[in-house]
Design a protein around this ligand. Structure first.
Ligand code: ZN
Length: 263
């Protein structure tokens, strides 16, 4: 019996594309736990987990792959173990305990062949732009999410990369953006020059992270079901306290330095 029989029955489902997919997870925390579990259950061919952190006690309220025994262990190691024990069907799972910002050139080497990037790093807007630039250069979709108190934002940028995350920004510093353009992004040794957002310690729980990770995976699945030509880069906001959501296309900016949007 085929473990994927029930999903193959979904209209438009393309299991062959999922079988061959190579999914990169930047971060295996609250969102990455859920996304990587889902990728296993969908049968994604190769899942590349990258995270520098170790499991800390305050992660356990929401980072579903970890339990008390994992405190003090590398997140990628604990995550791979939990996935293999509890969720994996056929995926090849790779763990890389790497500081993505400091070891960018290693990341570039590790993710060769990637077909999608899930950006779940809580570093800041400029790191998100760098991830966007990389996805544009590789011609693959970028999916990212974040939770903010009782709300969340999930973004899907198509493999065409137009419009992109940078299109939606009016105040990104040119001298930083110029260093991480798609023309440059594969050549950088590190991203230490990127400004880091100084966010307060996040408010989060298991259903905020879980829902956001589920929505990210849903965007991935729907991106495969619907042909690329029919896709537009989009953003979804979901408010847990009112259960309201709003979905809209990302606003393009003519002449964007990343996606060269030209209407
Ligand atoms: Zn753009």
């Amino acid at each position: 019996m085929d473990p994927f029989d029930r999903q193959k029955r979904i209209q438009g489902w393309k299991q062959d594309l999922i079988d061959e997919a190579v999914a990169v997870c930047f971060g295996v925390g609250g969102l990455g736990s859920v996304v990587s579990m889902n990728l296993c259950r969908m049968g994604v061919g190769r899942i590349i987990l990258i995270d520098k952190d170790i499991v800390e006690i305050h992660n356990l309220n929401r980072q579903l792959l970890f339990s008390m025994k994992d405190v003090g262990r590398p997140k990628v190691t604990a995550a791979k173990e939990a996935l293999e024990l509890g969720h994996n069907i056929r995926s090849q799972i790779e763990e890389h305990q790497i500081d993505i910002v400091e070891k960018w050139s290693d990341v570039i080497r590790i993710i060769q062949g990637a077909t999608v990037i899930f950006n779940m790093i809580d570093y800041g807007d400029y790191f998100d732009y760098a991830a966007q630039s990389l996805a544009i250069k590789l011609g693959i979709p970028l999916i990212q999410g974040g939770t903010f108190a009782q709300s969340m934002c999930v973004e899907y940028i198509t493999a065409r990369g137009q419009p992109c995350l940078l299109c939606g920004s009016d105040n990104a510093r040119e001298e930083i953006i110029d260093q991480i353009r798609p023309e440059e992004i594969l050549e950088l040794e590190n991203l230490n020059f990127l400004p880091k957002n100084s966010n307060p310690i996040g408010q989060s729980n298991t259903y905020l992270c879980g829902t956001c990770g589920m929505l990210m995976t849903a965007k991935y699945g729907e991106g495969i079901i619907n042909s690329e030509d029919a896709q537009i880069s989009n953003r979804t906001l979901f408010y847990v306290n009112t259960m309201e959501s709003v979905n809209f296309g990302i606003e393009p900016k003519i002449g964007c330095k990343f996606c060269k949007y030209d209407a």
